[in-house]
Ligand binder design. Structure first.
Ligand SMILES: Cc1cc2nc3c(=O)[nH]c(=O)nc-3n(C[C@H](O)[C@H](O)[C@H](O)COP(=O)(O)O)c2cc1C
Length: 332
């Protein structure tokens, strides 16, 4: 069956299940794992336009990518159109396909500086930022936003209309307010409102925890793509299970414990291969905890992994578990 294709500007995105940007989580290793499970679109998360312009090595490291990730979006944040334009100009030399501007991040480091979710309070500035970005690149510019600043100022449609008039080629929305953080439920009716009133693709985000949730979001809102964020942590196969479910109506089985630790070991190896700062073991601890959650002896295994100083030691622990589970499975 042919995959549904969505055009974001001239960029074709085949499939309807994207990996959402998650700062500190969706690094190159995780994105490669997500692509191996068929993610239609992945994002380099939350690059500071200012830090990019200042040439911060830490920021430049975050831009590392691999050709298999394409089409690849890079998400930037900033509150000043000129800085955004300069940063976008720099990104023209990187192998990326979509420039996304964050208008939803609630953390003080971002929203406290006229950027991220704070732009929801200044729709004109939000539009100026998109206009400046669009002038600085031939790539499509997209925006990811929340529903508004707080319950008294839900204005996602107004902001989305302002930024699409300014040149945005798609809108992703996580329909919670900045004040809500992650509490309550995402209000999917806002995804539908945007879809009904915009003539660019709309990507829905929020509370997609299973393939069935993704199907419901697509049906209830008419959005073009769904994004999976928290539910993909330690569970990247949700992307392929969801894709298959949407394409065939059949729900593929969950991987066995043995397969889960094999994928964790792969993730560790990718993380070590793309480790710019010698911190792969530290980064993989949190991922490992997500992968092994609910498995036999999870607490003891997590403890062992947390004491591992290198990726090789973590992979060794995974291999031990794989062997143990393989043997116990073959005894049954
Ligand atoms: C740890 C974490 C980091 C996130 N970082 C980003 C980010 O860098 N940029 C962004 O647009 N959204 C970010 N988000 C929001 C997600 O992309 C997504 O919109 C939100 O988690 C709702 O989806 P979910 O219910 O599938 O988790 C982050 C979410 C989490 C949990």
């Amino acid at each position: 069956m042919d995959k549904v294709e969505t055009k974001i500007g001239p960029v074709g995105v085949a499939g309807q299940v994207a990996l959402a940007p998650m700062a500190g989580i969706t690094d190159l290793a995780f994105r490669l794992i997500a692509k191996s499970f068929g993610a239609a679109l992945v994002y380099i998360p939350l690059i500071s336009a200012k830090a990019l312009c200042l040439g911060s090595q830490r920021t430049l490291d975050l831009l590392a990518s691999d050709p298999v990730e394409r089409p690849l979006a890079v998400q930037i944040f900033g509150g000043d159109p000129e800085t955004i334009a300069r940063a976008v100009g720099m990104l023209n030399t990187y192998p990326v396909d979509i420039i996304d501007i964050n208008m939803g991040c609630p953390v003080p480091k971002v929203a406290g500086h006229a950027s991220g979710a704070s732009l929801l309070r200044t729709p004109k500035l939000a539009a100026d930022i998109v206009r400046a970005a669009a002038r600085a690149t031939g790539l499509p510019v997209t925006v990811k936003l929340r529903s508004g600043w707080d319950a008294n100022s839900i204005n996602a449609l107004e902001v989305a209309q302002a930024v699409t008039e300014a040149g945005a080629s798609a809108i992703a929305i996580h329909p919670r307010t900045k004040a809500q953080g992650f509490s309550g439920r995402a209000d999917w009716s806002l995804i539908r409102l945007l879809k009904e009133n915009l003539n660019v693709p709309v990507i829905g985000s929020g509370d997609v925890c299973s393939p069935e949730d993704a199907g419901r979001m697509l049906n209830e809102t008419g959005c073009d793509l769904v994004m999976v964020a928290r539910a993909a942590r330690g569970n990247p196969w949700i992307l392929s299970r969801t894709t298959q479910f949407l394409e065939t109506g059949a729900l593929p089985p969950e991987p066995t414990p043995h397969e889960r630790v094999r994928i964790l070991a792969q993730h560790c190896t990718l993380s070590a291969n793309h480790d710019e700062r010698g911190r792969a073991a530290l980064r993989m601890r949190k991922h490992a905890a997500w992968y092994i959650k609910g498995l036999k002896n999870a607490a003891a295994t997590r403890d062992k992994i947390n004491h591992a100083g290198t990726i090789d030691e973590i992979v060794e622990i995974c291999r031990g578990l794989e062997k143990e589970w393989h043997e116990s499975c073959s005894l049954v």
